[in-house]
Design a protein around this ligand. Structure first.
Ligand code: PLP
Length: 398
């Protein structure tokens, strides 16, 4: 049996995999089992932001693997402690961090902090525990993060869900205000929705959310698992908006492909968790943390500015495509987090691009999602746009 047949026979069919058996990767490229080269404009769902097999990251991880890969969180692992310091310093003063293994865990931790904080800071009616989330959001696949996810298609078979998550519309402050009550403890949002179709928040909306949280003593939680780590041209997407959350979560590209999640709580709730409130056996794995330190070392202002320049170059070319092909409804996003909303399902276009050597993704049926490694060049953009245009032309002739 070949690899695809083995997968088909032995795995639960939870993924619709693209027709690509990976042999190796480097920077912005992937090679398949037949040695064919692909330009990667997806980066493993915004995971390999500093490029596949980044040399500095690999070197740091290998060095750590040679000295120790696990001691348990009952002792001190220096790479983990140093990463925590670096993350807090680059996030906000007075913050504290909890390290886990994945995005869902990072959000789960943020939700638990909010629940305990609501217990410690009750309203006249008692405990506060309700969290306002948003339609179209995605916060993970554990039952609690699924319950915070505002998309029915993920809920269907898994009810009853966790209680006390309610949903407002992004960029609609009235819809948020209507849901707030004496039990509300927090508002949780992706500053740029990812799985939901690359939908950025408006600046006025996020600023109003911040003010609303301050006025009512709610925590503001930003899920930056997809839009953080330089994806939007800043380390955090929220830096584009001139406001800060009370808790921010990271995962995906934090360790550039090794599993790692982080929940960073600002001054207001940094001291909420005490001994025994939370924990994880693997959380903050030393090898992942050594890799993450190397990643943060790469993501400096020069690196980010270069990614913004290339994002601008790509954006102009995509807007040109939109002017030429009426099947494109709109191009939106921030930095190198870009969505092209189509009037048709994008599946065939993704397959066409793969066939021509370009890896992109489609989310929410109609949105072509581009999340290239932040190191792509103009040459890569030219190559990608040429293939995309080919796909659009081909679509017209179908
Ligand atoms: C991917 C993602 C998650 C879940 O992360 P996992 O590591 O798959 O658990 C949560 N929130 C957002 C915004 C994501 O993009």
């Amino acid at each position: 049996m070949n690899i695809k047949q083995i997968e088909d026979e032995y795995f639960m069919h939870t993924y619709k995999r693209g027709d690509l058996v990976v042999k190796e990767t480097k920077n912005q490229f992937i090679w398949d089992e037949n040695g064919r080269k692909y330009l990667d404009f997806f980066a493993g769902i915004s995971v390999c932001n500093v490029g596949h097999c980044n040399e500095a990251v690999i070197k740091a991880a290998k060095k750590q693997l040679d000295s120790f890969s696990h001691v348990s969180n009952l002792y001190y692992a220096p790479p983990q402690i140093k990463l925590g310091e670096e993350l807090v310093k680059r996030t906000f003063p007075g913050a504290r961090v909890f390290l886990s293994n994945s995005g869902a865990e990072a959000n789960e931790c943020a939700i638990k902090i909010a629940r305990k904080w609501g217990f410690l800071n009750p309203s006249k009616e008692g405990n506060r525990y309700e969290i306002i989330c948003f339609f179209n959001s995605f916060h993970g696949r554990t039952l609690t993060t699924l319950s915070a996810t505002g998309q029915d298609k993920f809920h269907k078979f898994f009810k009853p869900l966790q209680e006390k998550f309610v949903f407002a519309e992004i960029n609609n402050m009235d819809s948020v205000k209507k849901l707030a009550n004496n039990r509300t403890v927090a508002i949780m949002i992706e500053p740029v929705q990812g799985e939901g179709g690359i939908i950025p928040s408006d600046e006025t909306f996020l600023k109003e959310l911040r003010a609303f949280c301050d006025d009512n003593n709610f925590l503001l939680i930003f899920d930056e698992i997809q839009c953080g780590m330089g994806r939007t041209g800043k380390l955090y997407a929220f830096e584009n908006y001139g406001i800060k959350p009370d808790i921010v979560t990271l995962a995906k590209s934090l360790a550039n492909g090794l599993p790692l999640g982080a929940s960073i709580a600002g001054e207001k709730c940094a001291g909420t968790f005490l001994c025994g409130d939370h924990g994880s056996t693997f959380g903050g794995n030393p090898v992942s943390c050594a890799a993450a330190l190397a990643v943060l070392n790469i993501i400096n202002s020069e690196f980010l500015n270069n990614s913004l320049k290339i994002a601008e170059y790509l954006r102009i070319k995509l807007e040109n495509l939109k002017d030429k092909y009426s099947v494109i409804k709109c191009v939106r996003g921030l930095g190198l987090m870009i969505g092209m909303d189509l009037k048709i399902n994008g599946k065939d276009i993704v397959n066409y691009c793969m066939d021509k050597g370009l890896i992109i993704n489609c989310t929410n049926d109609t949105v072509l999602r581009l999340l290239p490694p932040l190191i792509i060049t103009k040459k890569d953009v030219d190559f990608a746009v040429k293939i995309l245009e080919g796909a659009l032309k081909w679509q017209l002739t179908k």
